[in-house]
Design a binder for this molecule. Structure first.
Ligand code: HEM
Length: 336
């Protein structure tokens, strides 16, 4: 499928280069590697480790909080897919996270953006289906291989690197990556007050064989609320986990799960191209986040979310989904 004639720029914040420079000054750096036609999962995780260093935690989105709740499908959901969670209410496990692969990252650090939202739908047959999304409507790279090249460029462009650095060279040829890295990045007042985006495209099949291509969006029922820039520096390092604990104690934190439906000509296999806002949005249901877990460290260690953990009725429409799902277990193995 062709590129959109007039793609809108991504609307959510991300990592300023100054923050990258700061983080790179104190981290292990990857060595330059030859371009491979297909990155192995281990190489993708190595590249993440090259940016953030090695920790006994997720290679990226290392700091998080696990909660539990439920998903109630909308009446329209069955028209999109025959997947069991689009037909009846199911329990869910949710993990909110900060971006960096650094488990101690302060929540008000610029490298904590974008935030992550991972959801595990517990299906009636005992299996699970996952969505792994973040708070930026876009991605820096069109493919997994390209993402690895970006990570290697970041990991080899620390302070003192001769100009132009590998990152300068990469960004000169990748405007989407530059947008991702330099877009404004307000800090949310809560994990429950910002939207999250699935970014990769899936193919949905309903009980009649009808097919829809789309991308997930999670819209907070509480609305979007951000901290004023002047107040960000004064925030406590773990304010987001503290805030969400207090918020769910008062009542459920809810998101509408929407599907942004592809129009003819939209590129399905390039998450660096954001689809226009005018695309049809179908409401798939409501996620209700209701309580924290007793032992957060044990819960997040045991959890593995896989973007291609999918029941009949949902399938990947972008090769990055399988590439991600091969890399996540490598990180899981390394953090055990
Ligand atoms: C080729 C592209 C990508 C690679 C190689 C990659 C790699 C990884 C790895 C290795 C982990 C740690 C998994 C674990 O230890 O359990 C991870 C976690 C995560 N990634 Fe990705 N990722 C990619 C694309 C994306 C995209 C497009 C998004 C957002 C739409 C995303 C959002 C997340 C989130 C939110 C987590 C934390 C999941 C959790 O809470 O367990 N990633 N990623």
């Amino acid at each position: 499928m062709g590129h959109l004639p007039d793609p809108e720029p991504p609307v959510r914040p991300s990592i300023p280069l100054t923050a990258l420079a700061l983080i790179l000054s104190s981290q292990v750096h990857a060595q330059p590697q030859a371009t491979a036609p297909t990155s192995r999962p281990e190489q993708l995780v190595d590249a993440l480790n090259g940016v953030f260093g090695k920790h006994a935690a997720r290679a990226v989105h290392a700091k998080g909080i696990v909660l539990e709740g439920s998903f109630t499908p909308s009446p329209e959901a069955a028209g999109i897919s025959k997947a069991p969670h689009f037909l009846a209410k199911v329990p869910v496990t949710v993990r909110f996270s900060d971006f960096a692969g650094i488990p101690t990252i302060p929540d008000n650090d610029t490298m904590a953006n974008p935030r992550g939202l991972a959801i595990k739908f517990h299906l009636p047959n005992g299996s699970a289906s996952d969505i792994v999304a973040h708070s930026f409507n876009g991605f820096p790279s069109p493919t997994a291989d390209d993402f690895r090249q970006l990570l290697i460029a970041i990991g080899t462009s620390g302070p003192g690197t001769a100009k132009p650095t590998p990152l300068d060279t990469y960004l000169a040829g990748h405007p989407a990556a530059k947008t991702f890295l330099t877009a404004p990045k307000p800090t949310p007042i809560s994990f429950g007050t910002l939207p999250y985006y699935g970014v990769n495209t899936f193919k949905y099949t309903n009980a009649s064989g009808g097919i829809t291509y789309g991308r997930y969006q999670f819209l907070p029922l509480a609305g979007e609320h951000y901290v004023a820039d002047a107040k960000v520096a004064g925030l406590a390092p773990n304010f987001l986990a503290d805030e969400i604990r207090q918020r769910v104690a008062k009542g459920p934190v809810k998101f509408k799960l929407m599907l942004q439906v592809a129009a003819p000509g939209d590129k399905l296999d390039d998450p660096s191209i954001t689809w226009p806002k005018q695309r049809r949005l179908v409401e798939l249901g409501t996620i209700s986040v209701e309580k924290t877990v007793a032992d957060n460290d044990a819960a997040q260690k045991a959890l593995l979310f896989l973007p291609n953990a999918l029941p009949d009725g949902i399938a990947p429409a972008d090769p990055m989904i399988d590439a991600r799902s091969a890399a996540y277990p490598v990180s899981f193995g390394r953090r055990q």
